[in-house]
Design a binder for this molecule. Structure first.
Ligand code: ADP
Ligand code: MG
Length: 321
């Protein structure tokens, strides 16, 4: 594949710009069609998005649904229906497929939607392709409405999933004390539906999306779609720092890198014109929220460990291709 994923999608987007002006097509976390139905689809392939040797089938089933539900939450909504396609290699056991279904069922029970169909096909590699249909709690929240001087907020902690992946693949010098916490964050993302239920009714949100490719890349999507810039401070990023044994500079640098570019956090990134009461929101939803910066008219800047940097210098989003 010569073109990157983003270039390809840009091409598809101009080719398939909806003729019906009332619908929102390619470019956001979900499409929005008449009646405000939210539609999204995401596929996971063995060897690219997961390694079947290290993830349990139950976690894989759960995660395949969770990543889609996260896109629905990112649009201000909750899931209603799901369609699940499974590509099954010859050697896979029936009991493995049933464990996949156990994970899907656990997600179904947790988020109260219906699995209404899908497809089961033979495949050389294991893959799952899930489509979720949802509804907004109040109205669809888009990436394209960030305004100059908005505050930028993010839920939970960032970078944990990447730390978990590095632990799994023995890729980093830095080792957290509580490895299980990071592995769980990697295998079982928590789509922020319940959080969204509260905030969409109680606070003013301008732009919103989920952090799936890494904070900097995803924030750049909000900036591109809204025609604005941003300023964020790495000192303000919510890192799971306490879960590390040491607290030296290289460790902090590693955690900041994971937060900026790690991917697969499935936290929500949103902008608001208001200074929010963060402890009240946390009390009401059980989810921590951090203010990490502001929307600017043009520039894209990061106060990176005390030094002012241009975002593009630090941007190294994980690419699937
Ligand atoms: P997310 O990370 O939120 O799931 P993606 O980066 O996967 O979003 O996709 C960005 C946008 O491009 C979405 O609106 C998605 O529906 C659209 N898209 C991606 N691949 C295709 C494709 N093959 N055909 C049409 N639209 C696509
Ligand atoms: Mg998304």
């Amino acid at each position: 594949m010569q073109q990157g994923e983003f270039e390809l999608i840009k091409d598809l987007r101009s080719r398939f710009r909806p003729k019906n002006r009332k619908i929102l097509g390619i470019g956001d976390d979900c499409a929005v069609v008449e009646g405000d139905w939210l539609l999204t689809t995401d596929a996971l392939t063995d060897g690219i998005h997961f390694q079947s040797k290290v993830i349990s089938f139950e976690d894989l089933g759960y995660k395949s649904i969770a990543v889609n539900i996260s896109d629905v939450a990112a649009m201000g909504g909750y899931p209603v229906y799901a369609l699940v396609t499974i590509g099954i290699p010859e050697k896979m056991k029936d009991s493995d497929v049933r464990h996949l279904a156990d994970g899907i069922e656990a997600a179904r029970d947790e988020f109260a939607f219906e699995v209404i169909g899908g497809d089961t096909v033979k495949s050389k590699t294991l893959f799952l392709s899930v489509t979720v249909v949802g509804r907004p709690f109040v109205k669809p929240l888009l990436r394209s409405v960030a305004k100059d001087r908005d505050f930028i907020y993010v839920t939970g902690t960032l970078g944990d999933s990447r730390v978990g992946l590095d632990v799994l693949l023995h890729r980093s010098q830095e080792r957290p004390l509580d490895q299980d916490y990071f592995l769980k964050r990697h295998f079982r993302p928590s789509p922020r539906v319940h959080f969204m239920e509260y905030v969409s009714r109680h606070i003013t949100i301008h732009a919103c999306m989920d952090v799936s490719d890494g904070l900097l890349g995803d924030l750049s999507h909000i900036a591109d779609e809204s025609g604005v810039g941003f300023f964020i401070e790495t000192d303000e990023l919510p890192l799971s720092r306490k879960d590390f044994g040491l607290s030296n500079d290289s460790e902090l640098d590693y955690l900041v890198q994971c937060a900026l570019n790690g991917g697969e956090d499935y936290e929500l990134l949103f902008t608001s014109p208001d200074v929010l009461d963060l402890s009240k929101i946390e009390k009401k939803t059980g989810v921590k929220v951090s203010r990490i910066g502001r929307i600017l008219a043009e520039d894209r800047l990061v106060q990176y460990l005390g030094e002012k940097r241009i975002a593009s210098e630090l941007l190294e989003s994980y690419r699937h291709f």
